[in-house]
Design a protein around this ligand. Structure first.
Ligand SMILES: [Zn+2]
Length: 151
């Protein structure tokens, strides 16, 4: 999977999160290549001010993954999406520790890879922080899901 890293000063945590998905401690087929532009990439990462989000959610969102078809039209992830854009909320993320930032980005990359929220398991990276996620790295349950999707 190729990706474009336009996340500004989050770059270091993005690289950490990508490395975490490639080498979580269990085998998987995931391999990322960082590209120098977003032409043809499958995952683009941006940081946005809180005002990017509607007023009623902007203080609760750390980041969001949106899904697009081959014409760059945003679609429901249940459909056959071709690429994603991950939007980091600079207004909330800058209050997070580096470890929390990496965890949030790893969670969003999980969505890019096809994983849904896993809010019933606080020891999954796919649990949302608001549901009490206890981990900031890819866990065996997450890796098993990705292996299932790509094998
Ligand atoms: Zn999520």
């Amino acid at each position: 999977m190729s990706y474009d890293n336009n996340g500004g000063w989050y770059e270091y945590q993005i690289i950490n999160a990508v490395n975490n998905w490639e080498n979580p401690g269990w085998n998987n087929p995931i391999n990322f290549v960082c590209a120098s532009s977003n032409s043809g990439t499958m995952m683009d990462i941006y940081s946005k001010p809180s005002s990017f989000w509607p007023l009623n959610v902007r203080n609760g969102v750390l980041a969001e993954t949106r899904f697009y078809d081959s014409s760059s039209v945003q679609i429901n992830p249940a459909n056959d999406y071709r690429f994603t854009r991950i939007f980091i909320n600079d207004g909330t993320m800058h209050n997070q520790t580096a470890v929390q930032m990496k965890g949030t980005i790893a969670h969003e990359i999980g969505h890019t890879l096809g994983l849904d929220e896993n809010n019933s398991n606080v020891y999954s990276i796919m649990c949302q922080t608001g549901n009490g996620r206890q981990v900031q790295t890819v866990q065996q349950i997450d890796n098993s899901t990705v292996v299932h999707i790509y094998s």
